[in-house]
Ligand binder design. Structure first.
Ligand code: SAH
Length: 220
């Protein structure tokens, strides 16, 4: 296997600016989200074969039948979470580590879980390991969350959930928010759940998206 050479050229940076402009036109307004995406070389998270198309607003395969989310989806979920510097965030579905890196770039403390052993193992050669010491990687089942590390200010689920996992609600702080795409047949409705001071939850419903399924148990 040859060493991958990571280069962020003027061409990449130009394409990234265009992508950010597209995200603005599609309705993303959180400047911190747009800045993080503008600063993050998405092509580093993909096989070099995707180098020229890495800044198209599309999902791409990352192996094991999984995908890196579409930039619009990443921006949309991150915007709904209202990320603030210092937020403690749990992510379900590490995948390519792109979403986790957007959160880390915004100053969050990220705890990310992946159920596919092969994808989890890739964190060992993660290109931004020293740049983002604020990302912690876990191999496990997202339905269980990380009870010993919670509660969290924010929780983001990046796979299609069949239902809202009760254990994740338990691991959310009071006034904390969870953004989760929940199954509706072929598509998923993006929901934002807020945990209220009396322990009940408020549910807001947003656009429809299409994610790979959130599966129970570990694989590998
Ligand atoms: N956030 C990722 C998107 C990856 S796609 C990125 O930025 O690239 C969704 C990921 O969720 C897949 O890698 C899949 O293996 C993982 N996944 C699915 N069900 C899961 C579960 N129960 N726990 C943890 N990860 C899960």
């Amino acid at each position: 296997m040859s060493m991958r050479k990571f280069e962020d050229t003027y061409q990449h940076k130009g394409l990234r600016k265009q992508l950010v402009q597209q995200l603005r036109e599609k309705g993303i307004t959180d400047e911190n989200v747009l800045e993080a995406i503008n600063n993050l070389p998405r092509h580093f998270f993909l096989d070099s074969a995707f180098d020229k198309i890495a800044y198209e607003d599309r999902a791409f395969p990352i192996g094991e039948g999984q995908t890196i989310s579409q930039p619009y989806t990443v921006a949309y979920q991150t915007q709904l979470l209202q990320i603030k510097k210092g937020d403690k965030v749990l992510e379900i579905g590490t995948g390519s580590v792109y979403q986790a890196s957007v959160l880390a770039q915004m100053g969050a403390w990220v705890y990310t879980i992946e159920r596919q052993k092969k994808l989890y193992e890739k964190h060992k050669s993660f290109v931004f390991k020293t740049k983002y010491p604020n990302i912690k990687f876990f191999y496990g089942d997202g339905f269980e969350g990380l009870p010993t590390y919670g509660p969290f200010d924010k929780i983001i689920i990046t796979a299609a959930a069949p239902f809202i996992p009760p254990k994740l609600i338990e691991q959310l702080k009071i006034n904390g928010m969870m953004v989760i795409p929940v199954d509706e047949g072929n598509a998923q409705r993006m929901l934002r759940i807020t945990k209220l001071p009396d322990g009940t939850i408020k549910e807001e419903s947003f656009e429809q998206f299409s994610f790979v399924p959130m599966l129970a148990g570990k694989n590998g």
